[in-house]
Write a protein that binds this ligand. Structure first.
Ligand SMILES: Nc1ncnc2c1ncn2[C@@H]1O[C@H](COP(=O)(O)OP(=O)(O)OP(=O)(O)O)[C@@H](O)[C@H]1O
Ligand SMILES: [Mg+2]
Length: 681
């Protein structure tokens, strides 16, 4: 113990009966290794710099969670429940006056039949989806505030990650994003190593998440949330899908965390009797109401007072669940009995009437509900959980967030874009296009083919990229929302990072395509013109990608987004000036100005016929000066008289750039303001 104190290191153990023995090997000053021994023989290795240990300890004060008469009501569209209903909405109560108190060092289990409101209660306590919630929730003696997010961890039932990342990459990016600025990078990486050991996932640390087992994935999910050393941990069915040994191992991890002073509340389905008995408190819900709150070992005794006796050798958890699920009358009886018993417990001198109804001393098996008076709330570490105004809401600043997210997006896009298949596709198409338009002569009869080459160039890659853009947010959104719900980063830094990281990667394949197809087709031998055509092609790709991102973010349903995108793209292509040269006036007058294909195509046509190239006349079908002079020549720019050349090259570029900016901004705003349609979190 003395070495820890001498060096002003506080390790937050949080539980009185833990023996701390710090040993500090001499040598490395910045990275000090502590071996903390706990009573019972367990040891935890902490390898952090002195600053690191301190900063982490500060992040994790001991927190008592108190909730009093928490209810949640939602309005469900009436037609969903009863198609003949005349009303617009029907009110549904998901939680009904649920109360309880959870102390640091405790693991509380939340049980009940499916749909009874376990996830809803966890969401509410964790400060998520708070609309329609009434009642009081306190963390120590302070009410929930958004700035507490970082002290709370919420392990969702679903394991949501970028599955292409390895376990270590996932944890590292999270640590770099979510651990505060005053920890050095080494400290953050040391924390990752510690979590990997603590959760026993060393074996799969370098495996992509998509390849690891369900149990390992669950532990990575928990590890991701534990990196920040939170004080309160909410878990939604962490053992579902795990075999009994993995479930017990997971519970051991939770017990270790509780010993360190964390407050843990977890919903759980079908625990084994060993796990069931290991909880410090059990809250049993049915239809959003509490039917039991007490020690798991008292649950059977409590229900026995009402005549529901468990057969011997039966798993108590199974018995309790069977009882609640059995029939509606028993369920109603249990709800009423809890209300009565809770009253009896609260008021020592109750009327004879109440006592005669209960006829037993069942209330002694219940843990009393908190009173709801602020004066009764505790604050074990006497800390202020709400940071003062000048403290940033985010663990790290905008730029560092962006750099880390940039790296992650770059790794992710690189992996999905630079596949052999995509290279084969780009190169294959380039060669086929080159062969189709092979070595066109500089002659009048090649004018239509030259124009179609440009149109193909300006449509194929934009279409391709737009479809990728369209799919980008619908798949990423759920991960981003999960990460942002725990206060990891700003949406703006994510969006900027994604835009910056993806753009170059998405531009490589079109560039490769153009290098091959352009020179095979013999478009224009001036290298400057080649570069300008390339710039337009890449700009068109960026505009199309932005439009795809916008549709993907604005339309919640992917099918709708794909349909809108197809109709929109085809329409823009049709009015782009290549397929129909004489649009009806009322359509052409505005339609063609909306089409980004038109601007890119138009500019590239002008570019192609620039540079004073001499063309051979053929029959005068396209160039008037060739009409009476079939063996003569003309200057390339004369070919443009056949086309509606529109605005200048520079202006075309400006319009495209403007479209890019507008579509990107709208995509960002849609991502920010169009909410996830599930509305559950
Ligand atoms: N946004 C919502 N719209 C409509 N119904 C909802 C919404 N959110 C929750 N519910 C309903 O509220 C009830 C409680 O849901 P909740 O997810 O909390 O149950 P649960 O106890 O976690 O169930 P499970 O064990 O199956 O996960 C369910 O009947 C669910 O259908
Ligand atoms: Mg649930």
């Amino acid at each position: 113990m003395p070495p820890l104190q001498d060096n002003n290191v506080q390790v937050n153990t949080g539980v009185d009966n833990v023996d701390l023995q710090g040993t500090m090997p001499s040598g490395d000053k910045t990275h000090t290794k502590y071996i903390i021994e706990m009573r019972g023989g367990d040891t935890v290795q902490v390898q952090l710099s002195v600053d690191g240990a301190q900063a982490l300890a500060e992040l994790s004060p001991r927190i008592t969670v108190t909730f009093h008469n928490v209810s949640k009501v939602i309005n469900v569209p009436a037609k969903m429940i009863d198609p003949s209903s005349k009303k617009r909405f029907i009110e549904r109560k998901l939680l009904d006056q649920v109360s309880g108190q959870i102390h640091p060092g405790q693991i509380v289990a939340l049980m009940g039949p499916s749909g009874c409101g376990k996830t809803t209660l966890l969401n509410t306590l964790a400060g998520r989806a708070l609309s329609g919630v009434t009642g009081d929730i306190w963390f120590n003696n302070q009410r929930y505030d958004k700035s507490m997010k970082r002290k709370l961890a919420y392990v969702l039932q679903q394991d949501i990650f970028f599955e292409q990342l390895t376990v270590k990459q996932q944890l590292t990016y999270t640590a770099l994003l979510r651990l505060p600025n005053h920890l050095s990078k080494q400290d953050k990486l040391a924390q990752v190593e510690q979590i990997i050991d603590q959760l026993r996932i060393r074996k799969c640390a370098n495996t992509p998440i998509m390849l690891i087992s369900g149990g390992e994935k669950k532990r990575v999910n928990i590890g991701t949330e534990l990196l920040t050393n939170p004080s309160v941990i909410f878990l939604d069915e962490p053992t579902s899908g795990l075999d009994s040994t993995s479930a017990v191992a997971l519970m051991d991890v939770l017990r270790d965390l509780a010993i360190q002073g964390k407050t843990i509340i977890t919903s759980i389905h079908q625990p084994s009797s060993q796990i069931f008995q290991s909880f410090d408190q059990l809250i049993l819900l049915a239809d959003g109401k509490t039917i039991f709150m007490g020690k798991p070992s008292d649950a059977l005794l409590y229900f026995a007072t009402m005549g529901h006796r468990s057969p011997p050798q039966y798993n108590p958890a199974d018995y309790v669940m069977d009882l609640v699920n059995q029939d509606m009358t028993i369920r109603e009886q249990l709800k009423d009995a809890y209300l009565t018993n809770k009253l009896v417990g609260h008021v020592k001198s109750v009327s004879n009437q109440v006592q005669s109804q209960t006829s037993t001393n069942a209330h002694q098996y219940l843990i009393p509900e908190p009173s709801g008076h602020e004066a009764d709330l505790t604050n074990p570490d006497n800390v202020n959980l709400i940071p003062t105004k000048h403290e940033s809401k985010w663990p790290i600043g905008f730029l560092p967030q962006m750099m880390i997210l940039f790296k992650r997006a770059f790794v992710l896009t690189g992996r999905s874009q630079f596949t052999i298949l995509n290279f084969v596709q780009a190169l294959g198409l380039a060669v086929v296009s080159g062969l189709c338009w092979l070595r066109m002569e500089f002659a009048e009869n090649t004018i239509p083919d030259r124009s179609s080459f440009m149109f193909f160039l300006m449509t194929f890659w934009p279409l391709h990229t737009m479809m990728h853009g369209l799919l980008s947010f619908p798949f990423e959104r759920v991960i981003i929302e999960k990460e942002r719900a725990s206060g990891s980063y700003r949406l703006s830094s994510y969006f900027a990072a994604k835009s910056l990281a993806e753009a170059p990667v998405k531009l490589v394949l079109p560039t490769l395509f153009l290098i091959i197809a352009y020179w095979m087709a013999n478009i224009n031998s001036n290298f400057g013109i080649f570069l300008a055509v390339l710039a337009f092609q890449l700009m068109a790709v960026l505009v199309a990608e932005s439009l795809g991102l916008l549709l993907g973010a604005a339309l919640k349903n992917l099918q709708h987004a794909i349909t809108v995108a197809t109709v929109l793209l085809m329409s823009l292509m049709l009015v782009g000036g290549f397929f129909v040269r004489n649009l009806p006036h009322w359509l052409g007058v505005w339609g063609k100005w909306l089409s980004f294909f038109k601007y890119a195509y138009n500019a590239c046509l002008q570019l192609q016929f620039k540079g004073g190239q001499i063309y051979q006349c053929v029959d005068g079908s396209y160039v008037s000066s060739c009409r009476n002079n079939p063996n003569g020549t003309f200057m390339s720019h004369e070919a443009l008289e056949f086309f509606d050349s529109g605005i200048s090259i520079g202006f075309n570029f400006l319009v495209l750039f403007g479209m890019f900016v507008v579509f990107r901004t709208l995509a960002y705003l849609s991502l920010r303001f169009v909410k996830n349609h599930s509305g559950r979190s």
